[in-house]
Design a protein around this ligand. Structure first.
Ligand code: AMP
Length: 256
């Protein structure tokens, strides 16, 4: 696996490729959810490029950015074992050589759900994704359904800017108890880890959003939102009594 540490290195590598190029962007601290995206990308027979970049502009809370898990050598081993062809790991200074003067904003869906209490979050996401897509120039982009709102917004970005990339949504990979795998799960205390699966269980029930919110609060979650849109229920909660809470998000299809 080639490790490319700058946009210049990435562009030189990309210039030598032809045919299908699958791209899996991540923020690292990799788990089986990320590896499922790689597996889907590998099925396409072309080259697979992954990126690890903890994007500062999508964090509204500096402490959340600071405490975001980083484990470069374990991540590299996992990607190598998954037969990724190249790993792109730029620095923030390289990605934002413009000093963040140029940004990409979506003005409608991005201010709901995860955007409502995290102003600027999706502008940060869309801006870095457009930069990454322009560098990698993939034919196929693999995203997780776990972050469904993000998937919809990125698919919208690809369409709006005529990027000619096939966007593939990969189903959420879960722990045996139903908890959606997430890099943030490793920050859960032992007690909170036991409570965490109830988020998915309650979210997937056929109760109303209002009752779901009440039950989550009863179980000790702080609820940021629970909302059903077009047959899919989205939720974000926080767990953690001592110190800083851990934010969990999930979404499930709700049968009518
Ligand atoms: P992240 O590193 O959290 O920014 O995630 C990178 C990509 O992996 C995004 O497309 C996520 O939606 C996807 N992803 C994260 N967790 C999961 C999961 N449990 N199942 C499937 N995809 C996931």
């Amino acid at each position: 696996m080639k490790v490319l540490r700058s946009p210049d290195e990435l562009m030189a590598y990309r210039a030598g490729l032809s045919g299908a190029v699958g791209f899996v962007p991540t923020m690292g601290a990799l788990h089986k959810g990320h590896l499922a995206l790689v597996k889907h990308a590998k099925r396409n027979q072309g080259k697979v490029i992954a990126s690890i970049f903890v994007n500062p502009t999508q964090f509204n809370d500096p402490l959340d950015l600071q405490s975001y898990p980083r484990c470069e050598s374990a991540d590299r081993e996992l990607l190598e074992a998954a037969e990724v062809d190249a790993l792109f790991m730029p620095t923030a200074a390289q990605m934002y050589a413009d000093g963040s003067r140029y940004q990409v904003a979506e003005t409608s869906q991005s201010v709901d759900l995860c955007g409502a209490d995290r102003p600027g979050h999706f502008t940060g996401v869309l801006t870095v994704v457009l930069k990454l897509l322009n560098l990698v120039r993939p034919t196929h982009l693999y995203l997780g359904e776990k972050d469904y709102q993000q998937y919809q917004l990125i698919k919208g970005l690809v369409n709006a800017f005529f990027l000619n990339i096939e966007v593939i949504a990969v189903p959420t990979v879960r722990e045996q108890d139903g908890l959606a795998m997430s890099s943030r799960n490793r920050r859960l205390s032992a007690i909170d880890r036991k409570t965490a699966p109830k988020f998915f269980q309650i979210l997937s029930s056929n109760l109303s959003d209002e009752v779901v919110i009440k039950q989550l609060i009863q179980q000790g979650f702080t609820v940021d939102y629970v909302k059903t849109i077009d047959g899919r229920r989205f939720g974000a909660v926080q767990l953690g009594t001592s110190g800083r809470g851990v934010r969990l998000i999930d979404n499930v299809r709700i049968e009518p």
